[in-house]
Design a protein around this ligand. Structure first.
Ligand SMILES: Cc1ncc(C[n+]2csc(CCOP(=O)(O)OP(=O)(O)O)c2C)c(N)n1
Length: 307
């Protein structure tokens, strides 16, 4: 893999001047992962913060071929483009090697875009699908998604006297994508840039669909300081809330084992969306959340032992 110095010299495919918030995890994820590309790219981008804030007409912050998809079908868009490319290549009308990448938020991936993603994975398109997971429908006002953690305060799971935040746990989409038996699945965090770039290199080289789930804090939705984004990502890895692993041709491998597994509370306490859990009689939710992280971590360790 290229050194950090070499990576900084590679062109930025998402330039400055876009309107994403300061501290937005999505833009960091995109810039980091696209540094792994050495061939021309065609990108598809589902409706969501990333799309809305980077392409305010008549401007664009993208320096690659880019197509806007509806909220629900980034995977269908990119797989259609990839199929057309394959046909044109077969006919000798294109000689160039081109790679195909889709970006979408967790709402557009875990929920509304899931059937398009599952279908594209099953059909075996050679594409990389990246979910920037900020844990809610941020662009339309912080509504809960199936990626929102238990207990989080969102506008559709508002913490108050009726509900103590979201009442369900989050969906484990990375494991669901691994169950599609595609060549490559990984979880990444922008706090671990070298791990992330290496995984994107593997995803781009895979001979078939690859899925990358990237943690992407949202200061507005998480109620955090803009300067804390990378710290929060590191804590998410160190508390094992967001383990870094990959599933390559069915073999599960942990790519980062925290030296010391930190209590989840250290991560929760820093975010306004969990503030209510530390007041009143919400201790049971904190215990439930910690238990959920512990169970998932143990089962991940087992999967990584056995492959
Ligand atoms: C079919 C459809 N339903 C609803 C919407 C409205 N909508 C646009 S973006 C969005 C939320 C996007 O959430 P997510 O994918 O998590 O991305 P984020 O905004 O967090 O970056 C919604 C509900 C839409 N554009 N299309």
């Amino acid at each position: 893999m290229a050194t950090l110095k070499e990576l900084t010299r590679k062109p930025e495919l998402l330039t400055g001047g876009h309107r994403l918030c300061a501290g937005c995890g999505a833009s960091i994820v995109v810039r980091q992962l696209l540094k792994a590309a050495d061939t021309p790219l065609v990108l598809a981008n589902a409706t969501g913060c990333l799309e809305v804030a980077t392409t305010i007409y008549p401007y664009t912050a993208w320096r690659a071929s880019w197509m806007h998809s509806a909220f629900e079908n980034a995977a269908a868009t990119i797989s259609g483009i990839e199929a057309a490319y394959k046909s044109l290549k077969r006919q000798g009308k294109i000689q160039e090697d081109i790679k195909f990448v889709a970006f979408a938020g967790d709402g557009g991936t875990y929920d509304i875009g899931f059937q398009a993603l599952s279908g594209a994975a099953e059909r075996g398109h050679k594409m990389v699908y990246v979910c920037y997971d900020n844990g809610a429908y941020m662009n339309t006002g912080i509504q809960r998604s199936s990626s929102t953690p238990l207990g989080a305060d969102t506008t559709t799971s508002p913490a108050g006297s009726k509900v103590p935040g979201k009442t369900m746990h989050r969906k484990d989409l990375s494991a669901i994508m691994a169950a599609h038996n595609i060549p490559y699945v990984a979880q990444v965090s922008p706090s671990h840039w070298s791990d992330a770039v290496k995984k994107m290199e593997k995803a781009l080289a895979a001979d078939g669909p690859a899925f990358i789930n990237a943690l992407a804090p949202c200061p507005r939705g998480w109620r955090t300081q803009t300067s804390e984004t990378i710290d929060l990502c590191r804590l998410a890895v160190d508390t094992c809330y967001w383990p870094l692993y990959e599933v390559e041709d069915g073999v599960w491998r942990l790519t980062q084992k925290p030296k010391e597994k930190k209590p989840l509370e250290e991560w929760l306490k820093r975010q306004g969306r969990f503030r209510h859990l530390f007041k009143g009689n919400n201790k049971a939710i904190l215990d439930e959340l910690q238990g959920w992280v512990d169970r998932n971590w143990e089962s991940l360790l087992k999967r990584c032992e056995t492959g």
